[in-house]
Design a protein around this ligand. Structure first.
Ligand code: F6R
Length: 260
């Protein structure tokens, strides 16, 4: 794992977007795996800014999102389809045929999950998988106890996740109980996994992911098995890391160090 620690959330977001931009500029037809949630909002805002400034090539990329709530049609205001349309796909003017999310309203969610994994494989696999992390250590919606070899499938959301996400729903709406999520095995097959975490609420999960035992108690710990995982943190999210000094020596200010 490469652990990059930046002084504040804005610097961590900018570093994360820099990695995405580099990937797209090196390979404009790259396949990106995308995440939703509060952490990703400033990432997409900055990516849109940089694309509008002509600093990053986005027209030929393809994307696959991590997850979608079971039962929500694409046009529902709290669906991840809507989230992505409003924050990224619309502002970038992306061709909808290049952007993919699981269909939460599919009549057979299990079949939809299998179809989704097959579509990712058919697209050549994911070049860069963007990830956030739940306070309980989930990535995608792989909640604690998820198989570390899981394919894309339907997962039951924990009460903690539903409570954390209730802030996006209206007072009269209930957070769905199930989601279709890329599995841990799907995420591990990506060629580069980039996880962004900011804020004190993520510090415990981040330490468990990077320095705790590998195990289903903290699904994000599976990234310890990823051949190329980059973890981008702000100082607050990095606060519980025991080996913090080492990470800061290896990557001062979260930057690459040239050898020699
Ligand atoms: C959503 C997803 C989730 C979030 C995680 C953190 O697509 O993959 O794993 O990344 O729940 O959410 P925020 O950023 O809202 O704290």
């Amino acid at each position: 794992m490469k652990i990059l620690i930046l002084p504040d959330p804005a610097a961590a977001v900018a570093r994360c977007v820099e990695i995405i931009a580099q990937t797209l500029n090196e390979k404009p037809q790259a396949v990106l795996g995308l995440a939703t949630g509060g952490t990703m909002e400033p990432v997409y805002a900055r990516l849109v800014e940089r694309a509008r400034a002509g600093e990053v090539a986005v027209d030929r990329m393809t994307s696959f999102n991590l997850d979608e709530y079971v039962g929500l049609p694409p046009e529902h205001s709290q669906s991840y389809h809507s989230y992505m349309r409003e924050r990224l796909f619309g502002p970038l003017g992306l061709d909808p045929s290049r952007t993919h999310l699981p269909r939460g309203d599919a009549p057979d969610p299990a079949a939809e999950a299998a179809r989704y994994d097959a579509a990712i494989a058919q697209a050549g696999g994911i070049d860069l998988q963007l990830l956030g992390i739940g306070g309980n250590g989930h990535i995608g919606f792989n909640e604690p106890s998820s198989s570390l070899a899981s394919p894309t499938r339907v997962k039951t959301l924990t009460r903690a996740t539903r409570e954390a996400n209730a802030r996006f729903f209206g007072p009269d709406e209930t957070v769905p109980r199930f989601a279709i999520t890329m599995g841990i095995a799907t995420i591990l097959r990506s060629r580069h996994a980039v996880l962004l975490a900011t804020g004190t609420k993520k510090a415990t999960a981040v330490a468990a992911m990077a320095e705790g035992p590998l195990g289903a108690r903290c699904p994000a710990s599976a990234l310890q098995m990823h051949p190329r995982a980059t973890i981008v943190l702000d100082a607050e999210a990095a606060a519980d890391l025991e080996l913090r000094q080492y990470y800061e020596t290896a990557h001062p200010e979260g930057q690459e160090v040239t050898l020699g």
